[in-house]
Write a protein that binds this ligand. Structure first.
Ligand code: NAD
Length: 367
C-alpha cells in the first residue's frame, strides 16, 4: 500500500510524492493527472534503461497512445545542453505537443535534464519524476530545480519547474551500488542535522536496517527525508532565504569536490563539508564538543568519510570564494545551533574555514 505527501507551491497544492515498493500504482496516478491516450517520453540513462525501462513501459502503455524511451549516456559529464538538444529532436520527430508527458526515470542527472527539457520544450510540458537513486529520491526530485552544467560550471543553466508527480518505488534502490547509496545517505543525514533531531536519532538507531536496505525502514526514511525537504521548499520555493539551509555541508563540500577533480562522490564531499561545518559550530560554542564528535563519527558506519588526504586548505578556500553561491567575498555558511537546528551565517572567516578544513584533512600525525 502506497503512502503520499503533497507538496504546495506558493501556498497551493501542487504535486504528490508517492512512496511505494512497486510500480503498481504508477498508471493510475498518471491517469488521475488527466493524461489518457497521450504520448509519453521516458527519459532515462544508459544504466537505468536496461534495469527498469521495460517495466515502466509495460506499466504505462495501457493508458498512453505511444510510449518512447530515450536514454542519455549515464554520468554527470553528459548533463549538458548538447544532450538536451538531442532530446528536443526526439520529441519533435515524435510530434510531442504540449498535452503530452515527459517521464524522468533515473537519478538526479536524468531528473534535472528531463525536468529542464520539460520546462523549455514548447515553453513547458508536464513531467513526472521517477527517481531511482537515494539522492534523487530524498533530495533532487523534490523542489522543482532543473538544469544542466555549462562550461565547467555545475547547474549553471536551468529553471525552477515543478513536476506533476513524483513516484518513488523504493525497491529500485536494491540495484544501486554501495557507493551511490552512501552518497545519497549523506543528504538524508543532512536533513536530520539541519531540521529534525528525532530523525537524526532514528537514523542512528536504524543504522543496520538502513544498510541492509530493509524496504519498510527505507520507505520511512525516504518519506521523512522528503517531508523535511518539502517543508523547506514550500517556505522558500526559489531559494531567497531558508532554502539555503539545505546547503549544509555544501560550502566546503563543493569546494573539495572541485579541488579533488570530482574523484570523490558528491555525498563523500557533503559528509566532509558537514563535519567541517559542525567543527566551526563547535568552535563557536554553538555545539558542545560531545555533539561535534558524535556528528562526526555518525558518518563512518554509513560508509562516508570524515577525513581525506592531501587537501590544500588555501586552494579549497579559493574555490569556496569562486563558487556561484558566494556573494563577492562573503561566503554563506550553514552552521548548527544544535542538532536539528541550522542557521545561516555570513561571518565565518577564512581562518575559521582553514581550521575546519585542516580538521578534516587526514595526515599521518592523525593516526
Ligand atoms: P546520477 O543520476 O548520475 O546517478 C548515479 C549513478 O547511478 C548513475 O550511473 C546512474 O546511471 C546510476 N543509477 C541510477 N539509478 C540506479 C539504480 N536504481 N540502480 C543502479 N544504478 C542506478 O547521480 P545522482 O547522485 O542521482 O544525482 C546527482 C545529480 O543530481 C547532480 O547532477 C546534481 O547536480 C543533481 N542534484 C539536483 C538537485 C535538485 O534539487 N535538482 C539536488 C541535488 C543534486
Amino acid at each position: 500500500m502506497s503512502e503520499v505527501l503533497n507538496v504546495k507551491y506558493n501556498g497551493n497544492p501542487c504535486y504528490d510524492i508517492v512512496f511505494d515498493t512497486s510500480f503498481d500504482e504508477l498508471s493510475k496516478r498518471i491517469e488521475e493527472l488527466g493524461f489518457k491516450n497521450r504520448k509519453f517520453a521516458i527519459i532515462t540513462d544508459s544504466n537505468v534503461e536496461p534495469l527498469y525501462a521495460d517495466t515502466v513501459v509495460k506499466t504505462v502503455e495501457a493508458i498512453s497512445s505511444k510510449v518512447i524511451v530515450y536514454a542519455i549516456p549515464a554520468g554527470e559529464e553528459n548533463k549538458n545542453l548538447s544532450e538536451i538538444q538531442k532530446i528536443y529532436k526526439v520529441l519533435i520527430e515524435n510530434k510531442f505537443d504540449r498535452h503530452d508527458l515527459i517521464i524522468a526515470l533515473g537519478g538526479g542527472v536524468v531528473g534535472d535534464m528531463a525536468g529542464y527539457t520539460a520546462a523549455t520544450y514548447l515553453r513547458g510540458i508536464a513531467f513526472v519524476q521517477i527517481p531511482t537513486t537515494l539522492l534523487a529520491q530524498t533530495d533532487s526530485s523534490i523542489g522543482g530545480k532543473t538544469g544542466v552544467d555549462f562550461d565547467g560550471y555545475k547547474n549553471m543553466v536551468g529553471a525552477f519547474y515543478m513536476p506533476s508527480l513524483v513516484y518513488m518505488n523504493i525497491k529500485v534502490l536494491d540495484t544501486l551500488s554501495g557507493e551511490q547509496f552512501a552518497s545519497g545517505f549523506a543528504e538524508v543525514m543532512k536533513h536530520g542535522l539541519i531540521k529534525d533531531s528525532d530523525f537524526y536519532i532514528w537514523l542512528i538507531e536504524n543504522m543496520y536496517e538502513i544498510q541492509e536496505r530493509d524496504p519498510e525502514i527505507l520507505i520511512k526514511m525516504v518519506k521523512k527525508s522528503c517531508d523535511i525537504k518539502r517543508a523547506v521548499v514550500e517556505k522558500d520555493p526559489t531559494e531567497k532565504g531558508d532554502r539555503a539551509l539545505l546547503n549544509y555541508g555544501h560550502t566546503i563540500g563543493h569546494a573539495i569536490e572541485k579541488y579533488k577533480n570530482f574523484t570523490l562522490s558528491h555525498g563523500e564531499c557533503v559528509a566532509l563539508g558537514a563535519v567541517a561545518a559542525a567543527f566551526i559550530s563547535w568552535k563557536r560554542q554553538l555545539l558542545s564538543m560531545e555533539e561535534y564528535y558524535e556528528i562526526r563519527d555518525m558518518f563512518v558506519p554509513f560508509g562516508l568519510p570524515i577525513s581525506e588526504t592531501d587537501i590544500d586548505a588555501d586552494e579549497v578556500i579559493k574555490l569556496m570564494h569562486s563558487d556561484k553561491k558566494a556573494d563577492g567575498n562573503t561566503i554563506k555558511f550553514v552552521l548548527l545551533k544544535k542538532v536539528g537546528k541550522a542557521v545561516l551565517d555570513s561571518t565565518v572567516t577564512d581562518d575559521e574555514a582553514r581550521a575546519a578544513i585542516k580538521e578534516i584533512t587526514w595526515s599521518e600525525d592523525f593516526e
